[in-house]
Design a protein around this ligand. Structure first.
Ligand code: ASP
Length: 299
């Protein structure tokens, strides 16, 4: 069976001067991981590894480079899901870590739970040997300057930015050579969010969903609206009756119509077709074609 890998680096109005970094970032994740997936890596391993690459890339709002919340701190959310058996793990509002998606995988595999938050998630990560970083190691000058420009602006609202200010959640969806599907999403959330705010990303069925029977999805965009529409699960349900592309188009229309939401989805259906849809001005994404060619797109 041919393997499949698609990744995204967030849906927003990516300005000209950041286009190249976004395209390179998503391209690199596919270029490094697609050959390993073809060589036998599982879909679950592939989505974790692809997201790890983008979490380490300061271009994106995930891991290093994440937004600051209203009190100037970084709180990260992440999820990973295995379409074989619906196993899922997630962390929310976790701090001082570069790879929250890997902690999410540990939650899935080495705890009895699905979602750990805040200090408890951090304690779990420490116990499982994750390196705790000084918060400054995740902070970029770009985000510090952006935070300073919005922190006292009474006209700034967290919904506004999806067609204006920076966003750059990352996600990956893969199918391995056994036809198994997996998805993962990782984010710093929205700029100037309240401390403790949890977005769609770590919520099962909102920020990601994977089921071998229907398909797998990773979401990005205005989290409050994505949660209300359980957008990833909604798109998976649609994939039971239509292709990945038709399903994500329909889900993004629903996001707009029912929740006035802005965002984007990537997907793979159970036949291995890709789906891409967004209603923001741009969404960075890359995927591998059957002939081994890598496509990176932003418009
Ligand atoms: N969905 C993320 C959140 O609301 C943000 C994003 O995708 O850019 O936390």
């Amino acid at each position: 069976m041919k393997t499949r890998l698609i990744v995204h680096g967030g849906a927003w109005n990516i300005p000209e001067n950041l286009l190249a970094d976004h395209l390179q970032g998503v391209h690199k994740a596919v270029e490094e991981i697609a050959p390993r997936l073809a060589a036998g890596m599982t879909a679950l391993e592939a989505v974790e590894a692809a997201v790890n690459i983008m979490e380490a890339d300061p271009t994106f709002d995930a891991g290093r480079g994440a937004f600051l919340n209203a009190v100037g701190e970084i709180e990260l959310d992440a999820i990973i899901m295995d379409g074989c058996n619906l196993d899922v793990g997630a962390v929310a509002a976790i701090q001082n870590l570069l790879h929250p998606v890997s902690v999410a995988r540990k939650v899935m595999e080495e705890s009895e739970h699905v979602l750990l938050v805040g200090a408890g998630a951090q304690l779990f990560a420490e116990k499982h040997g994750f390196e705790m970083l000084d918060p400054r190691e995740l902070l970029t000058e770009r985000e510090l300057a952006f935070f300073q420009s919005i922190k006292d602006d009474p006209d700034f609202h967290t919904r506004d930015p999806f067609d204006q200010a920076p966003m750059g959640t990352v996600g990956a969806v893969a199918m391995d050579r056994f036809g198994n599907l997996a998805s993962a999403t990782s984010t710093g959330g929205t700029p100037r969010k309240l401390p403790g705010r949890v977005g769609d990303t770590p919520i099962v069925g909102a920020g990601a969903y994977a089921d071998n029977i229907s398909g797998a999805v990773s979401a990005t965009g205005w989290g409050e609206a994505i949660m209300k529409t359980l957008l990833s699960k909604t798109a998976c349900d649609y994939m039971e009756n239509m292709s990945a592309n038709a399903a994500v188009e329909k889900a993004v229309s629903l996001l707009k119509e029912r929740a006035n939401g802005l965002g984007g989805l990537i997907a793979i259906d159970s036949s291995g077709h890709y789906g891409i849809a967004f209603n923001t001005p741009k969404m960075a994404r890359a995927y591998i074609e059957s002939d081994g060619n890598i496509v990176s797109e932003i418009n």
